[in-house]
Design a protein around this ligand. Structure first.
Ligand code: KG4
Ligand code: ZN
Length: 339
């Protein structure tokens, strides 16, 4: 019989953030993220440094999450952790810790798919309306760009995905060309708010069906900047807001074209976004406009559930707990896993 309430501790360590959350059923008692600033100076995540920082952060982060939740570890009913996809060294720190803790407390271990978690974060209960199955899930992060048909908590079909770079990568790589430190996506978003989105025109890639491509855009922006800097060395500084607004406008319109296409193809009018790029003001605003003008229901996560966090791992953990989907100590971390 399922205990009520069920307390679950969740661990997220797929990339460069160490996240730990404690849930009481489908509600969040604590959600702590230890950020790793060390990668900023390198312009991207260095895997070896990320796993070492996870090792240093995991024990204190678990401790803080339990204290904030007001729960003793002996009261926990299960430990959920990110199985993948992600960086192998980072995943191993979280999974080894989760296995040891579950074994020591003699409670079940639950393996969670990171991308399922980005979508199912919409089921964290904060009194809001939740999506009804089936709905369209759009994962937009530093590693993924997918449109999914979400049939149930555990059944998702990929309708389209990127054929090269992820949308977050496109943001971060173009941001690097503009001289921003990693991750530059939020900075492009910030400067875009003050600029003219039509100041510069970039061509959108022609990609079949519901798939995406972002690598051409990055190259196009690189040549555009090189040409203009040759004529005016201060081109970036003098036009920063307009450049950012034009890049943002192009990326958002690539995403919106495909989302519109997916709605038309499936006749599913509920769209839920997830992943780091779902924090972006441009995509949030474009989706809200569609909701006002068409018969759509749009689900946009709260800011703290957009970039990597353990609360989203915990909510999947909770539904897997109800379904008794437990892992044993032989479960392996997977840098790549299919949806
Ligand atoms: O989901 P996430 O935290 O990690 C992955 O699973 O990849 O996503 C991180 C990505 C980075 O590429 C970051 O630049 C991007 O999300 N990002 C943004 C914004 N906030 C985060 N991109 C554009 N606008 C934002 N406001
Ligand atoms: Zn993520």
């Amino acid at each position: 019989m399922t205990p009520n309430p069920t307390y679950i501790l969740a661990i997220e360590s797929s990339c460069d953030d160490t996240g730990v959350s404690v849930l009481k059923n489908d509600q969040i008692l604590s959600n702590v993220v230890a950020k790793q600033d060390i990668h900023e100076e390198y312009g991207g995540v260095i895997p070896e440094l990320a796993s070492r920082a996870h090792q240093a952060n995991i024990v204190p982060t678990v401790d803080i999450a339990l204290k904030k939740a007001g729960i003793r570890k002996e009261e926990l009913h299960a430990i959920a952790f990110t199985q993948g996809p992600g960086l192998m060294g980072s995943l191993l720190v979280g999974s080894s810790f989760a296995k040891s803790m579950a074994m020591a407390l003699d409670i079940p271990l639950i393996a969670v798919h990171h991308m399922h978690a980005h979508i199912l974060a919409h089921f964290i209960d904060e009194g809001q309306e939740k999506p009804q199955f089936p709905f369209l899930g759009v994962t937009i992060s530093g590693g993924h760009t997918q449109i999914l048909k979400v049939n149930s908590f555990f059944d998702m079909e990929v309708l389209g995905e990127t054929t090269d770079d992820a949308v977050g990568e496109a943001y971060d790589k173009t941001a690097k060309l503009l001289g921003f430190s990693y991750p530059g996506g939020p900075l492009i978003d910030k400067y875009a708010q003050e600029g003219n989105p039509k100041a510069f025109v970039f061509t959108k890639p022609k990609v079949e069906g519901l798939n995406f491509s972002f690598s051409g855009l990055k190259t196009q922006i690189m040549y555009f900047l090189q040409k203009n800097i040759k004529e005016n060395p201060a081109f970036i500084q003098e036009n920063l807001a307009d450049i950012c607004a034009s890049i943002q406008h192009t990326i958002v319109s690539i995403l919106m074209d495909k989302i519109n296409h997916a709605v038309a193809q499936t006749q599913i009018y509920q769209v839920a976004i997830g992943g780091g790029v779902s924090a972006n003001k441009g995509i949030r605003c474009a989706l809200e406009k569609e909701q006002e003008s068409k018969d759509w229901k749009v689900f946009i996560p709260k800011f703290e559930y957009t970039t990597d966090n353990a609360a989203m791992i915990g909510i999947v953990g909770y539904y897997k707990y109800l379904d008794q989907q437990f892992a044993d100590a032989t479960v392996v971390s997977k840098p790549r896993i299919e949806i």
